[in-house]
Design a protein around this ligand. Sequence first.
Ligand code: HEM
Length: 234
Amino acid sequence: MTFALFSMDGLLFLLRWFHFFFGVIWIGHLYYFNFTQGPFFTETDATTKSNVVQKLLPRALWWFRWGAMVTMATGLLMLMIRGHRDGGAIFATSWGLAILTGTALGLLMWANVWFVIWPAQKVVIQSALQVASGGQPIAEAAARGVRAGVASRTNTLFSLPMLFFMGSASHLPLTFGPAPSFGALAAVIGVILLALELNALKGKLGPLTTVKGVIHMGFVLTAVLYVAMELLTK
Ligand code: HEM
């Protein structure tokens, strides 16, 4: 008797399963922060908000950042196994272009979690704890909270095309024309993503301010990247 799971494909599948599980933990919390907690904070009283920041937020952020870490690690592992097993040429296929675009978005999102959002939220939580025990707020806490907010909204924006390309890689194959320009495609996608990431690090919320705005912009960004991919692979 053979078990499908006990094979190289089975191992890849197990990794993929873990990848979805931790991906759901990560992105589920991202959507909770952006779609549920953010709007709740704008209308709740200061004491409730402080309680949430002190007791709920640290727990949610634990699942959020470690979900991001394991999703990223399982994703990169699958990428390495596929590259090793199928050869580097796999990345110049329709699957490769989509998965590399999804991966670029996922890696930017992971970096925003670990190097922008989590360090900033630690300051916000510490400040709330100090105030609750009769001390002074940390001066930079408000500004750090705003920066975490822009990075979190940017991750929500990125999540729509990230999910599109992650899923389309195996399920929406593109037909290449006789003269695909992979270099131009990488440049177009690179410039768009870096400009948006720069805004996450230094800029303002703009159309990402509202939940409706970020979801709409997510669809627009997905459409722009998808059309660029179709046009530049013909
Ligand atoms: C740094 C972040 C990420 C990296 C490096 C990454 C990488 C990958 C790779 C390489 C695959 C292809 C596996 C294969 O076909 O063998 C994949 C598939 C997939 N990823 Fe990700 N991923 C990331 C984030 C996410 C997130 C946050 C989600 C959200 C749930 C996600 C959902 C998926 C799904 C659903 C597939 C399966 C596609 C399929 O088999 O049809 N990924 N990812």
